[in-house]
Design a protein around this ligand. Structure first.
Ligand SMILES: [Zn+2]
Length: 320
């Protein structure tokens, strides 16, 4: 027997005993849970914490408009996605050092158990609901205002809530609700249920136009998706983050072609125009962008690419 053959025999025996040993133990159970849904970055002196409210499955082909089924298939395939698309719901917690501001509040209990996780992720991120000074609402759809109240009481007991006057006029009007088609009435009722606890406590303060709400955070009107849809611009030490709300929904289709619209738009043509303007501005200036429905943590940069844009998600930061 040569040395090589003896060595081969030894290795084979060792491998067999190793297989026996590992096979003899049951594998550890799979946990199938995700890391807590918060992600933090510094923007100059301002601390930004993205909070995940969860995700929900969405059939892009049923809700996108101004796109052919073939093009949508191509877009989803290019992003390694299939229907239904798993859509993130993100909110943004901004600590300017003098104010703690939450931008949007997720779905609360309005849209099922895969979302409504904002409060648990807020706590996981190290903050409590009673610490929040102000809440800014991009628009009053249920996946943005659903976390404001629970059981008719404010979920954020010390917060002032702010949103565009046009948005309040549209969604908090009983006359509008009464005149709306039957299947649209729920959206009005949900907005009222969420906002009214703050309205009756004198803690809802609507604003108009382009306005600085606290030093470092500005509201910029962006009507189209809804009548009073608003972007919030956070700035510190020359750095800028533009929070988009629902400026876009399906990254795989709308970065390549910003003219792709969505069924929920109040005014699709105006929404597309706003998207084109804001995308072009982000690509030109290289500022940070943050989307309510961009894949969590939903912050990154845009670059012009062909007739559309390419999106680069944030590089991971350990914040050390
Ligand atoms: Zn939304």
């Amino acid at each position: 027997m040569t040395l090589n053959v003896r060595l081969y025999g030894l290795v084979t025996a060792l491998a067999a005993s190793l297989l026996f040993i590992t096979g003899a133990h049951a594998g550890a159970p799979q946990l199938k849970t995700q890391a807590p849904g918060f992600y933090r970055v510094m923007l100059g002196d301002v601390e930004v914490t993205v909070l995940s409210d969860g995700t929900f499955p969405m059939d892009a082909s049923k809700i996108l408009t101004n796109i052919t089924p073939k093009q949508l298939d191509t877009d989803l395939g290019r992003s390694f996605l299939k229907e239904p698309v798993e859509m993130s719901v993100n909110a943004f917690l901004i600590n300017t050092a003098s104010k703690l501001v939450l931008i949007d509040t997720g779905c609360g209990s309005l849209m099922g158990p895969s979302v409504g996780k904002l409060l648990s992720n807020l706590k996981a991120s190290g903050y409590r609901p009673d610490q929040i000074d102000e809440i800014y609402i991009t628009h009053m759809h249920g996946d943005h205002v659903g976390g404001l109240s629970a059981d008719g009481k404010p979920a954020f007991p010390n917060a002032i809530v702010r949103a565009a006057q046009q948005e309040a006029d549209f969604w908090l009007s009983k006359a509008h609700m009464d005149a709306a088609p039957k299947d649209a009435k729920d959206s009005y009722q949900s907005a009222m249920n969420m906002l009214n606890p703050y309205v009756s406590a004198g803690k809802f303060k609507p604003f108009s136009g382009d306005i600085e709400l606290v030093p470092g955070i500005r509201a910029v009107p962006s009507p189209g998706h809804t009548a009073g849809h608003t972007l919030y611009v956070v700035e510190s030490k020359g750095q800028k983050l533009v929070l988009w709300g629902d400026l876009m929904h399906v990254a795989a289709a709308q970065f390549a072609d910003p003219s792709v619209t969505i069924h929920f738009d109040t005014d699709s043509a105006m929404a597309a125009m706003q998207r084109k303007k804001v995308f072009a501005d982000a690509a030109e200036h290289g500022n940070w962008v943050g989307g309510a429905h961009l894949s969590f943590p939903g912050i990154g940069h845009l670059r012009a690419a062909g007739t559309g844009y390419s999106y680069t998600p944030a590089n991971y930061s350990a914040l050390q």
